[in-house]
Every structure is written in C-alpha cells, then in structure tokens.
Design a protein around this ligand. Structure first.
Ligand code: ZN
Length: 258
C-alpha cells in the first residue's frame, strides 16, 4: 500500500482549519496505508470534533477507516444544531474566553470557567462533568481523552457568542445565573438587600437577586441596557430557524441583572 493516493474534499465550513493553499480545492494525500482516516484529516489541520459525516466513495465511513488507493473522501462539518449526549449542553471554557463565559451565564447556560486552569485540568473537568470544552486551541481539541469539545469561531465575544448559540442551541433562561460564579440566582426583597446597598442604589432600584452560591447581589444598574442587548441577541440567535427557546421571556419582569 506504499504511496496510496487519497483524494479529499473538505467542506467549506472547515476551510478555516486548512493551510491557505489547501482551501477550496481537492486535496491529494499520499497515504502510508496504516493511518486511520481520522488521523489523515487531523494531519490536514481539521480537529475531529469539528467533523460531521465522512463519506468515502459515496458511503458513510468512520474515522477509524483505513483509506485505500484511489479513495474519494468527503469531509463534512458537524451539523448544527449539534446534539450533545445527555443534553442539554453545559460547557467549560478555556482561560481565554472569560467574556464569552459571562455572557453564556447571563442567558442561563451552565458554564464553568476559571482563569487559572491548565489544559489538563480543563480536559478532566470536561470529562468528569460531561461539559463541552469550548476553546480556540486546536491542539486541545486533538486530545484523545477529551469526550467532547468545540472550536469557537470569531475573535470578538459577539461573534463567539453567536457561534456557540447557533451551534448548540442551548435552552435559555436569562437572568437566572450568577455571571461571576455560575451559581443560581434567587429573587430577594428590598428589605433583605437593603443593608448591603449604597443609599443611592437603595433609592433607585426595587428588584434584586442574590447568588445562592457566592452571595453576590444583582440589580438593574448602569450596564443593564448592554446586558439586555446581549440577552436579545441570544434569543434571536437560538430562535432562528424556528428553534424552540425555553424560558426566553422578556427580562423586564424578572428579578436580577445588574
Ligand atoms: Zn455567584
């Protein structure tokens, strides 16, 4: 099988992972006869968690398939919305995605994030808690022991946020989680919140919520318009294509949000 030639068409959604010279054309790789198709695809730069169906000579194949001389391979991107085993999906984010983590929590998506976890610890947490590992680190997505990961597209939080919501269409529950620690929020009365507030805040606001995990107190404040815009972006993105949005009520009537 030395020198076997394999022809590969990579779906356009996956071109960002290819070298510039390889984008938009049929690739020919000389195959050693022993590597799996999954290995061949990874060697082109495409992380396997980004790959959906593999078609070899018109038939569905698995990543463990060993290519033969003259094979025609189609590599398709993972379908959206992506199903997650034991869904709805929850996430753990790498250290570079702090803003995205806060925004996902703002819309009620279960999101683990710490700014001091190394790659090994991220993989352990993802596997242990069955969280999808979100990252822009392609090397991390090649970890053999990682149960499920996803590459986050976009350099800016707005683009990253839309990408993750479009890909996984998670149920939304805006204003229900602490953006600082991911804990659940519970409404509290003004009497209870009052002793912890500056007099100006106490006079200006009536609706408060407290994080049941870290105790952080939330109210509608100076940033509220910006936060509402983020919530509406999320509802629009997940609703696109007629997807059902759980708990995507207008935040106007809910306690919480600062
Ligand atoms: Zn908290």
């Amino acid at each position: 099988m030395d020198g076997a030639e394999v022809h590969i068409d990579v779906g356009a959604e996956l071109w960002l992972f290819l070298a510039l010279r390889d984008q938009g054309r049929r690739l020919r790789t000389v195959h050693d006869g022993t590597s799996s198709l999954g290995h061949v695809i990874e060697s082109l730069g495409v992380p396997l968690p980004e790959v959906g169906r593999l078609i070899v000579n018109g038939r569905v194949a698995v990543p463990a398939y060993r290519p033969r001389d003259g094979d025609m391979v189609q590599v398709q991107a993972i379908r959206r919305p992506q199903e997650v085993p034991d869904g709805p999906p929850s996430f753990v984010l790498d250290v570079h995605l702090g803003t995205l983590a806060r925004w996902l929590r703002l819309v009620g998506v279960d999101t683990a994030y710490r700014n001091d976890l190394d790659d090994d610890a991220l993989v352990v947490q993802a596997n242990l808690e069955h969280r999808v590992l979100l990252t822009k680190d392609r090397g991390l997505l090649r970890r053999r022991r990682l149960w499920l990961g996803a590459y986050v597209r976009g350099a800016l939080p707005d683009d990253q946020f839309r990408d993750v919501l479009d890909r996984f269409a998670p149920p939304l529950a805006p204003w229900s989680r602490c953006t600082a620690c991911n804990g659940p929020l519970s409404p509290v009365g003004k009497d209870e919140a009052g002793p912890f507030l500056q007099p100006g805040t106490r006079r200006s606001y009536d609706t408060f919520a407290r994080c049941l995990t870290c105790g952080h107190l939330y109210w509608r404040g100076a940033h509220h318009r910006r936060l509402e815009a983020i919530v509406h972006t999320a509802i629009r993105t997940v609703s696109a294509g007629g997807r059902h949005v759980e708990g995507a009520t207008c935040p106007g009537g809910r306690a919480g949000g600062r």
